[in-house]
Write a protein that binds this ligand. Structure first.
Ligand code: BYC
Length: 476
């Protein structure tokens, strides 16, 4: 039997067939990836799924739709097209040509960034692996699988960079990316949020709204990188990421819409008995997913981020739209901080720090402003239903485990609490065992064409112009 043609099996625009050594390395990683997908990927047996596959970065190639058996999905390697004149936009190498190879002095830091980014992608697939069994519709099931295969492709994207530019160490890191597992006690995923469970679809929509959105912002800063292959990889990943944002945004929309409908029809806030999710539960889920996602931006002040920026490895969100010197060695920046209150205690406030060390805060603020857009949109749904209730984002210090507020407790309003007060009141603000059990009780599969679960409204539009009633997934 002829050996599989991996330049064909691994669609790519990096001329993989011209580099036999790299091709062989990826050939030997591919079976490990497929094993991981079969062992840790989606558990619901399916024949095929109506998926979008990227086979090229140009407009006509990057979104091909068709029914595909998931293990045969063509996970490819795509970098946005190269701009031969690209120069570094920030940091101490500003104005120099972008790097096509990794400079020796930044090897360890760049590898670390790729590994952290790469680690999140398979982690989310692991977190979501059992959701298919309780999908509220075939449309939602298809979206879940689309997100999953694309996270798989994003893992390929980071593995390609590790293999192509980091030699033996890179190949070892690529193996490790498949060995660590979400929630594992021996070898957990690197970042906190990726070891949390995604046990139900409300969690999934909150995750794709809040946690995938961290992905959008982190990829946006890596897209600015002086290391051109990373920049081009992230640019293409961001195109796919837009669909994940849509799944989260409209998913929460549809839950809120259904809850509002049931509240109005029955003239009550107590919608649980009518099979909808109470607004209080939605708010507690929101509080949880938002606060764990805030942690993903690292500390409010960080020498790591200052070094990444000065070296040219990681820029700011929309770096070229910033009206400053793009070097930042002079200025200062106000960050959220825990200050001495003058009476021997601590107060939540702001502190002035060198601009470079405040860059995690800068990115987190961009993210917070974006998240506020979602809340506004969900509140418009409540408003147009004629309801006075509103959702809100909790305070930046609420439920934080990383950064300036990791050592204190605060209410969603930003009031500092003693440990005892927090223990007493936290069930008002974070999902309780009862909330989770209730949400889980609603998670019954609706795998019939054109049907939808009672706790969520149908989507306004289908996928790729197809109706909601389309046969998006053929179950096994
Ligand atoms: N959990 O200097 P600090 C996505 C560590 S999501 C555990 O304050 P730094 C996706 C930190 O590593 C985007 N540990 O932070 C979404 C450091 O450890 P070392 C993923 C944490 O380094 C959905 C120490 O604490 N991409 O794509 O400035 C589905 C001190 O940290 C956490 C990236 O994150 C945490 N939450 O910033 C699928 C981009 N936070 O070095 C995919 C790459 C911090 O002392 N990563 N630590 O051992 C980075 O840019 C940075 O590593 C971080 C942290 C932003 C994560």
């Amino acid at each position: 039997m002829a050996a599989p043609d991996y330049t064909e099996r691994i669609p790519n625009n990096v001329s993989l067939h011209e580099d036999r050594r790299l091709q062989r390395a990826l050939e030997s990683w591919q079976p490990s990836f497929l094993n991981w997908w079969l062992e840790m990927g989606p558990t619901l047996p399916t024949q095929d799924v109506y998926l979008r596959t990227a086979i090229d970065v140009r407009r006509e190639g990057w979104a091909q739709f068709g029914h595909v058996p998931m293990p045969e999905y063509r996970w490819g390697i795509f970098l946005a097209e190269r701009d031969p004149g690209r120069v570094i936009g920030f940091g101490q190498h500003k104005g120099e040509p972008a790097w096509q190879q990794v400079p020796g002095e930044y090897r360890a830091e760049l590898r670390r960034l790729l590994v952290v980014q790469g680690d999140t992608e398979p982690a989310s697939v692991e977190q979501q692996r059992n959701l298919g069994a309780t999908a509220p519709s075939l449309y939602d099931l298809r979206n879940l699988f689309q997100v999953n295969v694309e996270e798989g492709r994003h893992l390929w994207a980071m593995v390609y960079l590790l293999h192509a530019y980091f030699g033996r160490e890179g190949r070892e890191e690529a193996e490790e990316l498949l060995h660590r597992n979400s929630g594992s006690s021996d070898a957990p995923r690197i970042l906190g949020a990726f070891n949390e469970e995604t046990p139900d679809w409300l969690s999934f929509f909150m995750f794709t709204y809040f946690t995938d959105r961290d992905g959008k912002y982190q990829l946006g800063t890596l897209k600015e990188s002086a290391f051109d292959p990373l920049s081009r990889t992230c640019e293409f990943m961001l195109k796919e990421e837009a669909h994940h944002m849509m799944v989260g945004t409209t998913g929460v929309d549809r839950v809120v819409e259904r809850t509002a409908q049931v509240m109005v029809e029955n003239d009550t806030d107590e919608v649980a008995g009518h099979g909808a999710i109470p607004l209080g539960v939605i708010q507690r889920y929101l509080n949880f997913h938002y606060s764990v996602s805030l942690d993903l931006f690292g500390g409010e002040t960080s020498t790591n981020v200052a070094n990444y920026y000065s070296a040219g490895l990681k820029g700011r969100w929309l770096e070229d739209r910033r009206a400053d010197d793009h070097v930042l060695t002079e200025g200062s920046f106000m960050v959220d901080a825990l200050l001495d209150d003058g009476a021997g205690g601590k107060a939540i406030g702001q502190a002035e720090v060198p601009a470079l060390t405040g860059l995690n805060t800068d990115l987190r603020r961009e993210y917070v402003a974006d998240c506020a857009g979602g809340v506004k949109r969900w509140n418009r749904i409540l408003e147009s239903a004629g309801l006075p209730h509103r959702l809100s984002l909790p305070h930046i210090a609420f439920n934080r485990k990383v950064g300036a507020f990791a050592g204190i407790e605060a209410s969603p309003a930003g009031e500092q609490l003693s440990a005892a007060e927090w223990e007493q009141r936290k069930d008002q603000w974070l999902p309780t065992g009862t909330d989770k059990a209730f949400v889980r009780s609603l998670m019954r599969p609706v795998h019939e064409r054109g049907k939808i679960a009672a706790w969520i409204a149908p989507p306004r539009n289908g996928i790729n112009g197809q109706p909601f009633t389309y046969d998006y997934v053929h179950l096994a």
